[in-house]
Ligand binder design. Structure first.
Ligand code: HEM
Length: 204
């Protein structure tokens, strides 16, 4: 587990170094309209982007392995499925850093957060922290199989919907290649999950 959490801290360390040192990569990572944005806003934004990568692998871990009757069951899909708990907890650590960044950003100046963002985002964090707290044998035993499954299925879909809401909005408002790619990646994962869902159902 340590290596996974270290990978999160390493990626966030690189992000902070970039924000502090502002290397030549800046043009690649700015928004399409090149607007001058505060380092705190960029920190808030890119912490969520790092979390998104861990989230996508967590979201796809089980369905990927079973897809097409196991046709694409290989070392990679086995690895992702085997470490889905580590991926999930890495997402939770990364997104806790997003929480720190957004608090720093929202309290740094006149950036009022709309109630919908606080309620929707707050629900997302509630689900994330409950899932992280129960990603242990203790949590599994406490909740029981059905309770655990219900919490983790509902929680992961709440988080996926928030990502879908944010990235569909960004892909429409600022249709830059990166926003379209991020949204398309989530749509692809949803489609793969749906295929797996109907495949399992047709077998029942
Ligand atoms: C109370 C809770 C939350 C607040 C106040 C909040 C606030 C913010 C702010 C201010 C930004 C930067 C906006 C910009 O890019 O212009 C942001 C970006 C983002 N947040 Fe949060 N957030 C919260 C929770 C969450 C949750 C729970 C998720 C996902 C499950 C999430 C996903 C994202 C994503 C995907 C981005 C955009 C990253 C990008 O551009 O790639 N946020 N958030």
């Amino acid at each position: 587990m340590g290596k996974w959490l270290l990978s999160v801290l390493a990626l966030h360390g690189v992000l902070i170094a970039w924000l502090v040192l502002d290397p030549p990569l800046a043009p690649f990572m700015q928004t399409a309209d090149g607007a001058d944005e505060t380092a705190l806003l960029l920190w808030t934004r890119y912490t969520a982007r790092i979390s998104f990568v861990y989230f996508l692998f967590t979201f796809i871990a089980s369905p990927l392995r079973g897809l097409m009757g196991g046709l694409i069951a290989n070392a990679t899909t086995k690895f992702i499925r085997q470490y889905r708990r580590e991926l999930g907890l890495s997402f939770a650590l990364s997104h806790t850093i997003h929480l720190g960044a957004l608090i720093a950003y929202l309290t740094s100046g006149d950036y009022p957060a709309p109630a919908s963002l606080l309620i929707g985002g707050g629900l997302g964090y509630l689900a994330m922290f409950l899932m992280a707290a129960t990603s242990t044998q203790w949590g599994y035993t406490r909740l029981g199989v059905n309770g655990w499954r219900y919490l983790h299925k509902t929680g992961i879909h709440i988080l996926a919907l928030i990502f879908a809401f944010v990235y569909s909005g960004k892909a429409i408002a600022e249709p830059s290649p990166i926003h379209i790619a991020l949204f398309s990646a989530l749509v692809l994962c949803y489609v793969l999950r749906l295929i797996d869902f109907f495949r399992k159902r047709s077998r029942q």
